[in-house]
Design a protein around this ligand. Structure first.
Ligand SMILES: *Cc1c(COP(=O)(O)O)cnc(C)c1O
Length: 377
């Protein structure tokens, strides 16, 4: 038996909708499927204004453009994240300022943010790791006191919430990913930008449409369609939106399925936590998560390497990720870690992600649990 690490979500309706898009006259962005997806997010999250994008990376880039990040600006974020969180701001000339994470959630430590703020700081980018929320009340309070923007990297957080509010709808902006490794995909690549600050709604449309007022023109609000601002191409095609629609129809079912897999792992591995062999994820109160991943934490790097090898020998694919960005070659060039690295490096070296995907069956999952138990015997 082989247990893959990931298997992209498929509900069965994607094919029909994609063919429908192929056979329609409208294949570029914001066609009927694109509009349906956006209306769904606006209603379900809920959110005032959302735009689907080609990726979470491009949603983050749009946010950096919208707040006019310029050379010399500083943006605070955790070092334990995907490169796009940093790149979106480095592309605008900003210096990235990394701070430490909390060991319980692997999220930015809200208590070390303030010490990293300088006159040049413009924004804070909390990353909701594993779809578990950062401490947003405190982060928003710090941001408002220092007049900073908050851009939530909610790439992993669709269907998660913090004190009843959907992730991505709390900061000024929220960015989501529909890459094939995430809970919902628009056919391999895709993303979403949430614009919570009213003042950015119109400019978001312009930046997404190559710096033109095309969307105002289509709505009949201007009589000429022209170049009015900087911008780029941030619209996904109708084929991507059609694929995504096939998943949004099953959003709740996919979420329930993942949560039940998550709970089975937790229950199945609890005895190993009780005997202090490994640690299981911690979900703070007020955080409702989406079972984006199931990770365990082992003693150290060596033990993780031998467990990965042991599982691989038994055809189980487990994976780790995020070598902390401040230790990478680009990180050394474009960023600086402020404060002490108490947890970022050491906790990232202990973390191991187990196979987790929509439809992972009980037999395979039990096999993973059994093999981990066997390793520790
Ligand atoms: C996946 C991910 C991204 C990038 O998403 P894309 O859609 O591939 O651009 C950014 N940030 C985090 C935290 C992610 O997990």
């Amino acid at each position: 038996m082989t247990v893959e690490f990931n298997s992209p979500t498929v509900t069965g309706n994607e094919e029909r909708y994609v063919i429908q898009a192929i056979n329609s006259q409208k294949k570029s962005g914001d066609g009927p499927f694109g509009k349906k997806c956006q209306a769904w997010f606006e209603k379900m999250l809920p959110a005032n204004k959302v735009l689907i994008t080609p990726s979470c990376t491009s949603a983050l880039e749009m946010a950096a453009l919208l707040i006019n990040i310029k050379p010399g600006d500083e943006v605070i974020m955790p070092s334990y994240t995907f490169v796009s969180t940093a790149n979106a701001f480095v592309l605008r000339g900003a210096k990235v300022v990394f701070v430490d994470i909390r060991p319980d959630t692997m999220n930015i430590d809200e208590n070390v943010i303030e010490a990293a703020i300088t006159k040049k700081t413009r924004a804070i980018v909390p990353v909701h790791y594993a779809g578990v929320s950062c401490e947003m009340d405190i982060i928003m309070e710090i941001a408002s006191r220092h007049n900073l923007y908050v851009i939530e990297d909610a790439a992993q957080g669709m269907m998660s919430s913090y004190n009843g509010k959907a992730l991505g709808t709390i900061g000024h902006f929220g960015a989501f990913s529909f890459h094939e490794t995430k809970n919902y995909t628009s056919g391999g690549e895709g993303g979403l930008l949430i614009i919570n600050d009213e003042g950015f709604k119109e400019r978001a449309d312009i930046i997404r449409e190559k710096g033109t007022n095309r969307s105002l023109f289509f709505r009949g609000m201007v009589d000429k369609y022209q170049w009015v601002d900087i911008g780029s191409s941030y619209l996904p095609s109708e084929l991507q939106a059609a694929y995504l629609w096939g998943q949004l129809e099953f959003a709740e079912e996919i979420n329930e399925n993942r949560l039940s897999i998550w709970k089975r792992y937790y229950k199945g591995l609890l005895s190993l936590q009780d005997t202090r062999k490994l640690s299981l994820p911690i979900i703070p109160s007020g955080c409702c998560h989406n079972a984006h991943m199931f990770y365990i934490k082992v003693a150290n790097l060596e033990e993780r390497s031998s467990l990965i090898a042991y599982l691989k020998d038994n055809d189980i694919m487990a994976a780790f990720h995020y070598v902390p960005l401040h230790t990478s070659s680009a990180g050394l060039k474009y960023a600086e870690f402020i404060g002490k690295d108490r947890y970022t490096t050491i906790e990232s070296e202990r973390l191991l992600r187990l196979p987790m995907w929509y439809g992972l069956n009980e037999v395979k999952q039990q096999y993973v649990i059994d093999m981990i138990k066997e390793f520790y015997q």
